[in-house]
Design a protein around this ligand. Structure first.
Ligand code: SF4
Length: 94
């Protein structure tokens, strides 16, 4: 349904027949960490996230998973090496 509050005209899943069902009845504005993200939507009411109604909460536990301007670093797990197989591989010349 189309938003009639802060992001008027944009489709939103929180919009119902009785208005916005999200916390407080409207979206929250983007936070400083959102700067540079392409999902920011600017309306007459301010700057909001196009995909999440409460941007501050998205940054509470680290990097926002919807962010387009920063990427989460994925750590490679230390690979366990079987010494017997490693020796065998080495003897074969690999
Ligand atoms: S996707 Fe994440 S970083 Fe981008 S505007 Fe929304 S909350 Fe902010």
């Amino acid at each position: 349904m189309q938003c009639t509050t802060n992001r008027a005209g944009h489709d939103c899943t929180f919009m119902g027949k009785d208005g916005c069902t999200f916390l407080g009845g409207a979206c929250f504005e983007v936070v400083e960490k959102c700067e540079g993200c392409s999902r920011i939507v600017t309306t007459d009411a301010g700057r909001f996230c196009g995909v999440y109604p409460h941007p501050e909460m998205k940054w509470k536990r680290g990097i926002c998973n919807f962010a387009t301007h920063v990427k989460k670093e994925i750590k490679k797990a230390d690979q366990k090496i079987n010494p017997l197989k490693a020796a065998k591989r080495a003897s074969r010349g690999r």
